[in-house]
Design a protein around this ligand. Structure first.
Ligand code: BEZ
Length: 209
């Protein structure tokens, strides 16, 4: 099955380092950063999981719960987490799914057979509180993800939902944002009373707040 942005994030029930997880119930009203790893005790994954643990306060500030996945077993995950805590100087407290039968990996299209028939590639899914898939990224086995970008895109999605705006290339919080073409000038006057800079009729920049 292949998932697309805008699709409902499929539910699953699977064992994890924090017990059985019913995905939708566990997510509750929060956003979710769901990310997969090829395998435990591998160097790139170790840095990524460690970085996620280090960013716990940043994810919490965005009401976003991290959720990891690899196709190894819970006992292996737990032993690996001890290693991650020690080598990355963290205290990892988010669950990692043990998708030993690949059921979730297949459901979320994380198995790319030309890469590996048994290990998940580095997938990222950002899921919103309505359980809708809002972002999908896929990284190769040998390239670690950029966590600044993951936080940035969560910020952009949450701001877009709050303010009905879009964000330009390389946007970071505090930068000017874009009034989408679907909002006519008359409505924009109500939504953005401080005005905007129309570089073109279709390219209108305004302050984010
Ligand atoms: C890693 O996580 O370090 C890794 C996994 C698969 C291939 C290469 C690196």
């Amino acid at each position: 099955m292949s998932l697309h942005i805008g699709d409902a994030a499929p539910n699953f029930v699977v064992d994890s380092t924090q017990g059985k997880i019913d995905f939708h119930r566990w997510a509750g009203d929060s956003w979710v950063f769901f990310f997969s790893h090829p395998a435990d005790f591998t160097p790139v994954c170790t840095t990524e999981v460690g970085r996620t643990a280090k960013l716990a306060a940043q994810f919490a500030a965005r009401d976003t719960k991290p959720l990891g996945l690899s196709t190894d077993k819970v006992d292996e995950h737990r032993a690996w987490i001890s290693d991650i805590d020690e080598t990355q100087d963290v205290d990892l407290d988010f669950p990692i799914l043990a998708d030993t039968d690949l059921a979730v990996s297949r459901l979320y299209d994380m198995i790319h057979p030309e890469e590996s028939a048994t290990e998940a590639v580095r997938s990222v899914f950002i899921v919103d509180p309505e359980k809708k898939v809002r972002l999908i990224m896929t990284y190769p086995m040998n390239v670690g993800r950029n966590f600044d970008e993951i936080l940035r895109v969560i910020d952009a999605l949450q701001l877009a939902d709050r303010r009905r705006i879009a964000t330009p290339a390389d946007w970071t919080p505090g930068d000017m944002v874009i009034i989408p073409p679907s909002i006519p000038d008359e409505e924009a006057q109500t939504l953005f009373p401080r005005g905007w800079n129309a570089v073109r009729p279709y390219l209108r920049f305004t302050a984010a707040d």
